[in-house]
Design a binder for this molecule. Structure first.
Ligand code: MG
Length: 454
């Protein structure tokens, strides 16, 4: 097996044509279908992002699913959260998403969704992998599944967002916002402009073609949003939005064209939700992962919420949101999860919540950002040795005054800073992430970790 094929809890990703082949995709799709069928629901929803390899793999996945007697509902090019919602809408036994998210064009991936619209957990994922390894039970000639398409999934998704009581659609429409938009030629081009139109916004867009020819690195990081920043400046837009290729992450550019950092997407969304809650005795819960910025923690605490952290990984955060009955949660990478809609990262929902917050507050993006303390996050990576326990022990000895959390690698926390050291789930490396009030302070924390890694 090639070292670029990465197996994770709820799917796998690889380089197209070398390790991710139609044969592999068909077999794992068949395994997911067999799992859904064994659970009594032989129906699977299939969606994909705009990658050029998408049609080939969608055909392979459809064939694999039909081969185990499962009916397939194809959504075509749609955001990842649209697939999650469609699984619930159709009462399907599973969802299959063909997307490598923010990874470059040479990658593609399979992501497995359970009947609850949440990515498979470790146990279910292991069952599907075992079925793929053993060879899923195929149907005979008279038991083959059917395939049909559902062209309305995006419209239904937007209907659900606009019907949420937490979004004041009329207030947004009255502002007639001018929005700059960069969808990196991913699935967002067929979704976000429709949402903006329904919210009464004027739009200046780039990279709205849904052809998968990413014109820049597709992750919506500040260093990749220069063109969007210039678009905001040139067009005089109120705000700029960028989404990743499968539209589950949202990044914001302020009215001066400056990317404000993905952490602020969730921080502003948390404020939008908590600002509307009336105190009823029980503080609402907000759940994020262990690597999410303190700006989100500050927003949650300022809004009177209980603040909880879960292990890194969307499925972990999703299950913690469900178990805690949280009102909102997500990840600092621009992933907003609002369980009143569904428990998955959702960039269209994020757009609506941010525009709501701008409309209700009357403030500009930069004013909203300036209203809370700022931090600097520094990320680094290093080679993963055979065992990480000695590194964790050495770090705890080096920083005895920090509060340790060992649920996902080691996270050392102080009131205004933290250092998180964990093995990557998808690459043979160790990730070091630190946040502190200033960049030198965050760099010092990361450097301390790197020294002990050597
Ligand atoms: Mg993504």
């Amino acid at each position: 097996m090639s070292d670029t094929l990465m197996i994770s809890v709820s799917g796998m990703r690889g380089h197209v044509g070398t390790d991710l082949t139609p044969e592999l995709v068909a077999r794992h799709a068949a395994a997911l279908g067999a799992w859904a069928r064994a659970n009594g629901r032989p129906l699977v929803v299939l969606g994909r992002d705009a990658r050029t390899s998408g049609p080939m793999f969608a055909h392979a996945a459809t064939a694999g699913l039909m081969s185990v007697g499962v009916d397939v509902i194809g959504l075509g090019i749609v955001p990842t959260p649209t697939v999650q919602l469609a699984v619930e809408h159709h009462g399907a036994g599973a969802g299959l998403i063909l997307t490598a998210s923010h990874n470059p064009i040479e990658w593609n991936a399979l992501k497995f969704v359970g009947p609850d619209g949440i990515f498979l957990d470790a146990d279910a994922g292991a069952t599907v992998r075992r079925l793929a390894d053993e060879g899923p039970p195929r149907a005979a000639w008279n038991g083959i599944g059917s395939a049909r398409s559902d062209p309305d999934a995006i419209a239904r998704h937007l209907d659900l967002i606009l019907a949420l009581p937490v979004i004041d659609v009329e207030a947004i429409r009255r502002r007639r916002f001018h929005v700059a938009l960069d969808c990196v030629r991913g699935a967002g081009g067929g979704t976000i402009p429709l949402l903006l139109e329904r919210l009464g916004c004027r739009m200046s867009g780039i990279n709205l073609e849904t052809d998968g020819h990413f014109p820049r690195p597709p992750e919506p990081l500040p260093e990749n949003l220069g063109e969007l920043g210039r678009l905001v400046q040139d067009s005089g837009a109120d705000v700029g939005f960028a989404v990743d290729p499968d539209v589950d992450r949202l990044a914001i550019v302020d009215e001066a064209g400056r990317p404000i950092g993905e952490d602020y997407t969730l921080a502003l969304a948390v404020r939008a939700v908590l600002d509307q809650r009336t105190a009823d005795g029980t503080p609402p819960a907000v759940v994020v992962n262990l690597s999410t910025s303190l700006v989100v923690e500050d927003a949650a605490r300022a809004g009177g919420a209980r603040f909880l952290r879960a292990a890194v990984g969307e499925a972990n955060v999703a299950r913690a949101i469900r178990d805690e009955g949280a009102v909102i949660g997500g990840e600092g990478n621009g992933g907003v999860m609002y369980p009143a809609l569904h428990i998955g990262r959702d960039a269209p929902l994020g757009v609506a919540l941010i525009l709501h917050q701008l409309a209700r507050s009357g403030a500009t993006v930069s004013e909203l950002v300036a209203a809370a303390p700022r931090y600097e996050i520094v990320k680094a990576k290093g080679p993963r040795g055979p065992a990480l326990a000695p590194l964790y022990a050495a770090l705890r000895e080096r920083f005895p005054d920090a509060e340790p959390d060992t649920r996902d690698g080691l996270r050392l926390a102080w009131p205004d800073r933290w250092l998180h050291v964990r093995p990557s789930g998808t690459e043979p490396i160790v990730r070091l992430i630190a946040e502190a009030p200033s960049r030198p302070e965050a760099e010092a924390l990361v450097e301390a970790g790197r020294q002990l890694l050597r």
